[in-house]
Design a protein around this ligand. Sequence first.
Ligand code: TPP
Length: 926
Amino acid sequence: MTAAITSVFNDGIFAEQFERYRHDPASVDETWRQYFRIAESLFGPGAATPTSAPVGGATYDVAFLRKVAAAASLQQAIRSYGHYAVQLDPLGTPPPGADDLSPEYWGLTDADLQAIPGEALGDARFATAADAIARKRQVYAGRIGYEVWHLEVDEEREWFVRAFRDGVLTRPLTPDEKKDALRRLNQVDGLERFLGRVYQGYKRFSVEGTDTLIPMLDELIRDSGRSGAREIVIGMSHRGRLNVLTNVMGKPFESLFAEFEGRHDHVDGNATGDVKYHMGFIGTCDVDGTAVTLRLAPNPSHLEVVNPVIEGMVRALQRLPGISAERNELGVVPVAIHGDAAFPGEGIVAETLNISHLNAYRTGGTIHIIVNNQVGFTTDPIDARSTHYASDLAKGFEIPIFHVNADDAQACITAVRLACAYRATFKKDVLIDLVGYRRHGHNEGDEPMYTQPTRSAQIRKHPTVPQVWASRLVAEGVVTEAEAAEVEQTVALHYAEIHARFKQSLLASEKHAPWPAEPASALKAVVTSVAVERLQDVNEALLTWPSDLKPNPRLAKQLERRRETMGEQGGIEWGHAEALAFGTLLLDGMSVRITGQDAERGTFSHRHAVLSDSENGRKYAPLAHLPGRKGAFEIFNSALSETAVLAFEYGYSTVATDTLTVWEAQFGDFVNVAQPIIDQFIVADRAKWGQDSGVVLLLPHGYEGQGPEHSSARLERFLQMCAEGNMTVAYCSTPAQYFHLLRRQALRTSRRPLICMQPKSLLRLPQAASKLDDLSQGGFQSVIDDPIASQHRDEVRRIVFCTGKLYYDMSLAATRNPHVALVRVEELYPWPHEEIVRIMDLYPAIEQVVWAQEEPKNQGAWTYVQPRLRASAGASVGVRYVGRPERASPAEGYMDAHQAEQARIIAMVMDTGEVAAERATMKVGQ
Ligand SMILES: Cc1ncc(C[n+]2csc(CCOP(=O)(O)OP(=O)(O)O)c2C)c(N)n1
């Protein structure tokens, strides 16, 4: 900043800036614009030129103009960098300040400022520039550190200037509000202290030092409610969570105490549960007579990963009923509470900010609060981030930032008022950096003196947040010391009474809320087939678009084929079956939302759910216009992210029970970028929190010689995590199977995620294609018998179980062996034991069972399948593995090596010469 601003005094630059200003005022920065405007208003057009000749008939005093320019620069410096002078640390660490906040820096004296009219700085309220500057200092370098001048949109910056001028949002708290804040701060501190005393040594991740978070949330709920919010969704980590759960959300203190005592609300023996500071809660709050629902999303330890999850939840909650995808952004407000180490450190934060304005993901602005206790576990900020403020990342996303001192409840509440009003006005994110300290260690068992000795010593001497606030109110004459002490005592007594009652009740037997009753795996029998006429109608409607829409003729021709393939000869491909599944679900009253990288077209150009006009690029999604639909269809190309976007869809799916929510990976391999969302939410949410999701993951998978990173969706990882009916893992081999599976997933009553290995070459393989009858009859088959070998079952000596594409590689092989039956396992979890047994029983002469896979032995389904298939096959036949050996890398990088491996696998599958020998060996081995 220094170099740019000192150049004011360089005539060359001065002239150059003026030239640019003359041609386009927007091409110079605000300081210059202001200066030239002032000069022109005082001395006429052109007066700002550096020449001394009269311009436009007026003469001027260059020296004075330079003083005005300097005063304007000082004013702007205070607006932009005044936050560097705000006392943010409650423990008194002085703010860094900035040279250009002083008049001397600009070559100005007090006398100079007194000589310049206030109007010259664009602020006619003040007689002199000295007064105008003093006022700017009060606003921008006073109690709140504002960072708003990086906002690109003039209207937003002007909104702040107006807000600071009219002072409505920044008004002082009334005496009642001040007293209320005192009561609340005592409740917050009182709870922590009470828990600390009664449950000594237990982790509670105390909020002490940033207690003001709770009165800030009170204000946030009130203000948002008054702007039309009927629901507020909060995502936060451990710090202060117990206080938020009880003192904000309304979780009964008794429940919290019960958790400390080792008792849980959700005990039925099936749930493994979670620690108390990860649990979610739904409560309500009254705002001026209207109920506002408060949701705290459950979350894992993984810091910040809950952020996109709450965005997805909010997006789903914002949807208005009906067939359009319209939303009420003021109606539901997301609130993300961060840690000061986690916010800059965890990449998911940047990902979530990046998607915040995209059509697929916007939620009308999130209110962020960084609970900045200036330490992360034992790590100091100097080791935790490369930026000055913990919040700096947000600046790149055009987010206004307010830094406040946590000991200053007035400033903290003002920041919330501004934040809520800004969000309501601009529907954009806004951030409050709540700067405080951490009274104890990272958790209450940690000794902070070991690692932060000097700061910890200061903290021990520092009064608590309610004590600081009480002293201020006493000094202001708002309360007496005795009144302040009484508030503190009343609160302490309150907790003690509740706890005593709770202890009494423990003696009586307790009744806990039951765990969600329906077993996760219970698949209600749902009809997934659809009448021929209905399918024909949907197909026709999807091939009808406005007459003035001109899709690419080649594409239109490809789509036209979807008419023919509905006939006798068949040929329904993957993308077509999917469109029919979506279309029929929309008629059934379900909504469909699908996102993913390039999902509109489909990575493999197989979907084309959105048509683009070849002449003007206009987009049209036939499914979104399907006549008779009773649900909404939304499809979006996602940002290039996996973690945030999958987390978003997960969050969406937990709330939108009437929507088939689908996320598609570009290639299945990339799903591992989103691993925490899978491990911590998708797989374990029901077991930990009793939360359900019906999210669908489409993961292209298959060995086609495309190298290590375009082959495997890491099927083994999903299978390893299957337990307690937590999800479905499927690997369809036909479009009809995919059709039924999607419909089953949408229509089933118990909702759990569906992990779907998706094909690539099968998308268009003629032998894999389906017929209309396959959609209009039957349903999803968990196992598919061999259509050829089943014609001559007596001859079969080996059953080869396999999945997906390998089936076609084997069944179409020139070396096909009549003694071998190829049976497809289409649903790996839940393991279709009964179906496998049933099919095996149909083959009387079996001597051997083989599991064939294209993935290496340590990957794919083998490790999971082995014990299950052995159990299904029974003791009389051996189970053998055919596939790639154990490998470090999932697939070959060279096409010839790939082909050799595929050929070897097929040859081994078909070579039944050794079956008898194998059988003998197995018997010996068993
Ligand atoms: C992804 C992830 N990495 C590491 C941790 C371990 N961990 C828990 S809290 C913490 C420090 C967090 O510091 P900060 O964000 O400042 O929040 P604070 O605890 O100070 O409130 C760390 C490293 C974690 N929970 N999640």
